[in-house]
Design a protein around this ligand. Structure first.
Ligand SMILES: Cc1ncc(C[n+]2csc(CCOP(=O)(O)OP(=O)(O)O)c2C)c(N)n1
Ligand SMILES: [Mg+2]
Length: 331
């Protein structure tokens, strides 16, 4: 059993800033969606920010992550550019994928972000492959896979765990267990405990409070160090909750119906990862009201700039579709 460690002052404030950036960017995206400014749907990560931030605090640009359909938080936590992400979600030419991917494909290979992914479980094999490449290159890079509890029921997870364990690949599997797959509670579609799926392969697994950024930071640190030492994969099941619907415009899908109680939502609201972290940092005198205002102000400016950049940017030239889909050759 390793002794739990605590992030230092600067790192804690950096993580708080990143969590707030994700939250405020997504609140803005929710507004923009409602106003009809976005060409596609968005799945928001609000309430789950501690996971992406606590994990990515240990990663450099040379490390790899793969994300999910709920991918804005992972992109920003790994150091992706908010302007380019916002423009992408708006479908603009200045977007990180030149406006061709949208919310579910935000990616930046130069930052080690292999992309959000509309295929549930798709990131599992991508990161395992990236970990194999990292090991062959021998420079100590690691790969982290973020995936949901729904994705944990995909067969690819078993294949990836098998190879990752057998070849001792530097990969960390991070399951964001928010209790739902679209509108279905996990309990209705998921047998057993998700982290237990790692055990037959001899992969160490832990269950953590995904709404406690320091607990995430601590578990991720242990797993990532182990991967860097060449000792193989680890599995983290982070229990969390999404505060928004599965997708913005969820009510249109549900036609007035509901699949979770207000009481459950309120209970999780009281465990908001940002409010909890602020409270702890204030109690420890790492943060005061003025410093918090300063961080909020900086984040507000970044969000305003990103939204203005996205709005002012042009839509892509329609001919670009052939370039992006067919590697420069028209069909
Ligand atoms: C292979 C595949 N099957 C089904 C879907 C439809 N789908 C989109 S999101 C989703 C739920 C995923 O749940 P989970 O993995 O728990 O992620 P969460 O949305 O809770 O973050 C499903 C079934 C899909 N996109 N891809
Ligand atoms: Mg889920």
């Amino acid at each position: 059993m390793e002794t739990p460690r605590t992030p230092g002052r600067e790192q804690s404030l950096g993580m708080l800033q990143r969590m707030l950036l994700i939250r405020r960017v997504e609140e803005r995206l929710a507004e923009e969606f409602k106003a009809g400014s976005l060409p596609g749907g968005v799945h928001l990560y609000i309430g789950e920010e501690a996971i992406a931030v606590g994990v990515c605090a240990h990663l450099a640009d040379s490390d790899w992550i793969a994300s999910t359909h709920r991918g804005h938080g992972h992109f920003l936590a790994k150091g992706g550019d908010p302007n380019a992400m916002m423009a992408e979600v708006f479908g603009k030419k200045t977007g990180i994928c030149r406006g061709m991917g949208g919310s579910m494909h935000v990616a930046d290979v130069s930052k080690g972000i292999l992309g959000a992914n509309g295929i549930v479980g798709g990131g599992v094999s991508i990161t395992t492959g990236a970990a194999l490449a990292a090991r062959l290159e021998g420079k100590g890079a690691v790969a982290v896979c973020f995936f949901g509890d729904g994705a944990a029921a995909q067969g690819v997870l078993m294949e990836a765990l098998n190879l990752a364990a057998l070849w001792k690949l530097p990969v960390v599997f991070v399951c964001e267990n928010n209790g739902y797959s679209e509108y279905t509670p996990s309990a209705a579609v998921t047998a057993g405990v998700i982290s237990e799926r790692a055990k037959p392969y001899g992969v160490p697994a832990v269950i953590i409070d995904g709404n406690d950024v320091r607990e995430v930071w601590n578990a991720a640190g242990t797993a990532i160090e182990r991967a860097r030492r060449g000792e193989g994969p680890s599995f983290i099941e982070a229990r969390t909750y999404r505060m928004r619907g599965h997708i913005e415009a969820e009510t249109a899908f549900l036609q007035g119906g509901s699949y979770r109680s207000q009481d459950e939502i309120d209970q999780w609201k009281s465990r908001d990862p940002i409010e909890r972290f602020v409270k702890s940092l204030m109690a420890e005198r790492v943060l005061d009201a003025e410093a918090l205002r300063g961080i909020e102000e900086g984040v507000r400016t970044s969000v305003e700039q990103a939204a203005a950049f996205a709005q002012a940017s042009e839509l892509p030239d329609p001919a670009q579709v052939f370039e992006c889909m067919f590697a420069g050759q028209e069909p």
